[in-house]
Design a protein around this ligand. Structure first.
Ligand code: PLP
Ligand code: ZN
Length: 419
């Protein structure tokens, strides 16, 4: 393992690995920690070419760049190495030359959160942890429940009782102990913190645990590798707590520090207009460390957050890459679900599909140019939230089992015949 230090993102104080578990004791919950590595040591044992030669179709191909011993056991579920699809019809439709869709809904529990939970569970195994816990809007919980179940590790989950049914079904089916919090995500988050302090459970809470991001950053490694070890011009990603966009930043940043890529992509963060704390703070050029909570409400439950828990890193990700935040309304998010599915074949939950509206908004506002090469990061699977999809998917045609009725509809639809 090549970690040199953990460094507070606000005050810069440095900690030895293991000295602190969660956030900076001086700066409190907003003082999240960066995990830093010895790049020369990494370059002395591994190279992009060696990784490309590996027969390891999971995120563990990047183990040398992760906070995990080379010989540590890892959970068996196949997380990561998700496809990056060229999407020419989608690109055409929105007026871009080149768009790729990274389908992270393909992960074992259906979202990018599996990347974080795989690493957290691997570290928990190495540290002989006996109970893990997390708060979540749903996907982080499903990911922790699934990855924990794969190794028989007990998990206690705090979710808002209003989480989509499919996500709660996942938790219960995986056998997690599920606390259905009669309030919002932020309340669930605080409750998980209290439980972890009181009972000594290992807490995976997003942002607060510095290692969730270290798992999520592997999506950036994959994008770079899948493009032949280079960065695209732009990556578009939806933002709630800001941990994923921070992970994307960190992944490309690690590669730049290692000398494996030659530039950072511009990062575009997409927020729902009803949950736009980062967008507002960015537009007003506010200090993210002192942001005030809003009262978030959006159909895209996975990006609903009153106070983004990784605000400082999420602001840095956009400011330092010359990127931008955009805000899109719930109707645009919903309309993006069938649009993305029809133009690329990728079915996303609302928060995953938000990048479709987001990329267009960013084009309109001039944050993206027509000749930019753009990656849309799709973070969650459409089967996670069927109810939202059905609001915009359209209806089928009721027919009696009679070919004459089919014929009538065929004519209405103008479907061709070949006889
Ligand atoms: C968690 C999640 C996000 C947002 O990630 P943050 O780290 O909270 O910004 C986006 N989409 C999906 C599907 C998610 O599960
Ligand atoms: Zn600090």
């Amino acid at each position: 393992m090549f970690i040199t230090e953990l460094r507070c993102v606000i005050c810069g104080r440095s900690f030895a690995p293991g000295e602190v578990e969660y956030t900076c004791p001086d700066c409190g919950p907003m003082g999240t920690l960066d995990v830093l590595y010895d790049v020369d040591a990494i370059n002395s044992v591994i190279s992009p070419a060696m990784i490309s030669d590996m027969a390891e179709p999971t995120l563990w191909r990047y183990r040398a760049l992760m906070p995990l011993a080379a010989d540590a056991d890892v959970p068996p579920l196949a997380v990561g190495w998700t496809p990056l699809y060229d999407a020419p019809r989608l690109a055409d439709k929105i007026g871009l030359g080149q768009v790729w869709v990274k389908d992270d809904g393909r992960n074992p529990t259906g979202s990018l959160k599996d990347r974080a939970s795989a690493l957290i569970v691997a570290r928990a195994m190495a540290d002989h942890i006996e109970v893990v816990t997390t708060a979540s809007t749903g996907n982080a919980a499903a990911a922790l429940a699934g990855l924990s179940a794969s190794v028989g590790l007990p998990a206690v989950i705090f979710v808002p009782a209003s989480a989509p049914e499919a996500k709660i079904a996942q938790l219960l089916t995986y056998g997690a102990k599920v606390m259905l919090v009669q309030s919002n995500y932020d309340a669930a988050f605080d409750l998980a913190v209290q439980a972890s302090e009181r009972y000594g459970w290992y807490n995976r809470n997003t942002g607060m645990n510095p290692y969730t991001l270290e798992g999520k950053k592997t999506v950036a490694f994959e994008i770079a590798e899948q493009l032949g070890w280079r960065a695209p011009d732009v990556v578009v990603v939806s933002v709630g707590d800001g941990n994923i966009i921070s992970g994307v930043y960190k992944g490309f940043r690690d590669l730049l520090d290692l000398g494996w890529i030659d530039h950072m992509p511009r990062l575009i963060g997409v927020q729902a207009s009803g949950s736009a704390a980062m967008y507002d703070a960015w537009r007003r050029d506010e200090n993210p460390a002192t942001m005030k909570p809003i009262s978030a409400s959006t159909v895209a439950d996975s990006i609903s957050a009153d106070l983004p828990r990784d605000a400082v890193k999420a602001m840095r990700a956009v400011r330092e890459t010359d990127g931008a935040y955009v805000s899109v309304d719930d109707q645009a998010i919903l309309d993006g679900i069938p649009a993305l599915a029809r133009l690329s074949g990728v079915f996303a939950e609302p928060a995953g599909a938000a990048v479709y509206a987001g990329v267009q908004q960013a084009l309109e506002e001039g944050h993206i140019a027509a000749d930019d090469e753009v990656v849309l990061l799709v973070t969650g699977n459409g089967l996670k939230d069927i109810r939202s999809a059905m609001r915009v998917a359209g209806a089928g045609y009721a027919v009696e089992p009679s070919i004459e009725q089919v014929e009538k509809i065929r004519v209405e639809l103008g479907l061709p015949t070949f006889r």
